[in-house]
Design a protein around this ligand. Structure first.
Ligand SMILES: Cc1cc2nc3c(=O)[nH]c(=O)nc-3n(C[C@H](O)[C@H](O)[C@H](O)COP(=O)(O)OP(=O)(O)OC[C@H]3O[C@@H](n4cnc5c(N)ncnc54)[C@H](O)[C@@H]3O)c2cc1C
Length: 449
């Protein structure tokens, strides 16, 4: 038997497990998919927005892999802790594939960033996704104006959730505490602000277009600001995806005014320089206007604009965090590797691999993790002959329990799912996520050991 530990049950971890059990070169592979959370699926459960049901339904595909006879889910087990250091994993498994993601947020690096009322988009997403590490219901939404800094898909997600009415989120699995706060929201304006022009924004057209189809919100853009973008007047030379983005924005610029409730103001050519406080809380964001620098970037103009905001969500990218005991490149926020083989001091580490966001950084869609995982598995299989010669210690789950860990296995996860369905039924809703550690572990019950 050839034992592999996959650390992380997000898309890259599950695609790694799938590639391992689908190949035939090394027949008797057994895969344990470990996760620090008692729930599988990584950001598909805790990142993809609750109103994107089609993408969420990918969990069904991932599920079939975790239910494969040679794959076992082992939740509530964190790698890189004193109970389970990286070297212990190598004693228990012939190979270890780290698929730990890159879910920490990048900083803006401007004064006032940490004022009360200013959060990373990560914190906001974790809250409405019921991540058990999220701050409980700390978002004051009884305010008038929010600023979302950034123009990528995550910025679009958080702007859309802020602009949606709670009734639209009722059929989703959004936790009850978040739904209650969102239904009391008095927000009128959501400003989504980028430092460059619309032809350089990172959102995808489908997500962008969706902002214009919300039942109780309208999108507003300023044609003069858009015209600063050299490709705005004639986007025909742009790559298709960017051209379509510009066309969507141009459509909004020429649309007749609408009286729909909330306004999403898309702003461009503004870069944040400071968050301003009033009575100890954020009250506005100061932006410097920018213009194209002629080399594909922008430069400041020395002219400033303050946008009122009692809530600020910073969405300027994600980065990986180190797993103690594993090499880490702090500049890139990834683990150094060659073809998925972890590099220690520039040389491949025997039996250690990476896949997904912790390998290549936070880019691409869920499907991008599949070829990424396949590349890593190809490297692992090429090494399998040498790896299999190494003796590994007894049954890993027994060893984990002896170290004081209490893994949540598949029946425990199924019990959590059942508890979420029951919680939803008691609230007159479909399945509703449990948002705290105690509730999740309690629901996992006997499936925990
Ligand atoms: C807010 C947000 C929304 C997104 N929406 C979409 C979308 O709509 N469509 C789309 O295609 N893509 C979307 N993406 C991108 C997509 O989620 C990623 O491509 C994908 O999740 C990356 O997969 P991963 O397995 O590398 O990381 P993750 O999904 O982050 O999985 C990592 C897993 O590792 C676990 N873990 C971390 N450290 C440890 C440890 N030390 N020990 C054990 N377990 C550990 C974590 O708990 C987690 O379960 C979104 C991303 C974000 C951030």
């Amino acid at each position: 038997m050839f034992r592999v530990a996959v650390v992380g049950s997000g898309p890259s971890g599950v695609y790694t497990a799938q590639a391992l059990v689908q190949q035939t070169a090394v027949p008797d592979v057994r895969v344990h998919v470990l996760d620090r959370l008692p729930c599988p699926y990584g950001l598909v459960r805790y990142g993809v927005a609750p109103d994107h049901e089609k993408i969420k339904s990918l969990q069904g595909t991932l599920r079939t892999v975790l239910e494969h006879e040679r794959v076992a889910f082992v939740g509530n087990v964190e790698a890189g802790t004193p109970e389970l250091p990286a070297r212990r994993l190598l004693e228990l498994y012939h190979a270890v594939v780290y698929c730990t993601g890159a879910a920490a947020d990048r900083r803006l690096g401007v004064p006032g960033e940490d004022l009360p009322g200013s959060f990373s988009a990560t914190e906001f997403v974790s809250w409405y996704s019921a991540h058990p590490d999220a701050a409980p219901d700390g978002f004051a939404l009884g305010v008038r104006s929010a600023v979302v800094i950034g123009v990528g898909n995550v910025a679009v997600d958080v702007a859309r959730i802020l602009a949606r009415g709670a009734a639209e989120l009722l059929p989703t699995d959004v936790p009850q505490g978040a739904l209650d706060l969102l239904s009391g929201s008095t927000l009128r304006e959501v400003h989504m602000v980028g430092r460059r022009g619309p032809s350089q924004a990172k959102f995808t057209t489908k997500e962008l277009r969706e902002l214009g189809s919300l039942p109780d919100a309208r999108v507003s853009v300023d044609p003069a600001e858009l015209a600063l973008d050299p490709a705005y007047e004639d986007p025909s030379e742009l790559p298709t995806a960017l051209r379509r983005n510009v066309e969507v924005v141009r459509g909004w610029a020429s649309a007749p005014p609408s009286a729909r409730g909330r306004v999403i103001r898309l702003r461009f050519h503004l870069r944040p320089v400071e968050l301003l406080a009033e009575a100890g809380r954020v009250a506005a964001v100061r932006f410097e206007r920018t213009v194209p620098d002629g080399a594909g970037g922008v430069r400041g103009t020395g002219s400033y604009e303050d946008i009122e905001a009692q809530l600020v969500l910073r969405s300027v990218g994600y980065r990986g965090t180190p797993v103690p005991g594993l090499p880490f490149d702090p500049a890139r926020g990834t683990v150094p590797h060659a073809g998925g083989r972890v590099l220690r001091d520039g040389r491949p580490s025997h039996g250690e691999y990476v896949a997904g966001w912790i390998k290549r950084g936070p880019t691409g869609v869920i499907g991008t993790n599949r070829p990424c995982a396949k590349e890593t598995v190809a490297s692992l299989l090429a090494d399998a002959g040498a790896l299999a010669r190494r003796e590994v210690a007894g049954e890993p789950l027994d060893v984990l329990r002896q170290s004081g860990l209490r893994p949540v296995q598949w029946p425990g996860w199924l019990a959590i799912e059942a508890a979420e369905t029951a919680l939803g039924a008691s609230l007159g809703r479909r399945s509703v996520k449990i948002a705290d550690w105690a509730g999740l572990l309690d629901a996992a019950g006997d499936g925990r050991v």
